[in-house]
Design a binder for this molecule. Sequence first.
Ligand code: GLV
Ligand code: GLV
Length: 323
Amino acid sequence: TRPKLLIASPIFPEVVDKLQQHFDVEANRTDSVWTGEAFTSRLADKQAAFLTGAQTVNAQVLAQAPALKIVANMAVGYNNFDVAALEAAGVVGTNTPDVLTETTADFGFALLMATARRITEAEHFLRAGRWDKWRYDMLLGAEVHGSTLGIIGMGRIGQAVARRGVHGFGMQLIYHNRSPLDAATETELKARYAPTIEEVLREADHVVLVLPYTPAVHHLIGAEQIALMKPTATLINIARGGIVDDVALAAALQAGRIAAAGLDVFENEPHFAKELLEAHNVVLTPHIASATRTTRLAMANLAADNLIAFFTTGKALTPVTRG
Ligand code: GLV
Ligand code: GLV
């Protein structure tokens, strides 16, 4: 008999079809994700689950799913997994690295450009009928080329953003990461390692957050850290909501403490801090950094292939759990 699979969020029909060739599938065909009780009640008799990062998998959830063997996230981030609880229960967790790296970096750079050069603010200005004359100081933005790019979190995506900045825009690079880059990459990117995030915040003209979320980095960037930044600086978050204290950031933006921010991720999505809407100098997008058809399909296929490989070969392709 085929293993029972729960597909907890609506996904590409062609990927559901592929999974149906290997599993006895219960697929979410609504237009919203199953979380909480809607998720756990359906998980109870399943051996496998296809998730999108919205579903929490911790000891309490695992205790209600005794047959579960594997959970596959269609996301590179997996802060919805309690990895220790998965390992203790002998359940494999997988994510979707690599397939979204360049696409996500493209978006990070687009958000940096839109923020520094005030593109969405300028369009709002035009649409509101406020463009009535030429002015020498209309919508002045910040330089991108030749400026100092600060990256916090130098994984695959951080390095891909850095390459765009250094090779495409002649930027200087300062970065913080738990460990420095290898010497060859550091030389290629002419990168300067900062042992503390404070150093990056003080020196960079544009700070891009690309680090994974863990409880240890909750509100890593709050009022105190924003106060270290240059008043002309921009802050870009393409990492995870919760790393930035969004309410403190909104206040700093309103006070003109930094020039601007660009946010693709928020605490408590999709119910973000409405204070942000009061600030004109922030570009806000609804967690779409990996959202091209090609990349989202590649992510869905990698999550599906993890599930298929696990049941056919005994080994997942991109596990985040050990054992
Ligand atoms: C999106 O945020 C992801 O983790 O892939
Ligand atoms: C994700 O792939 C990262 O390492 O940044």
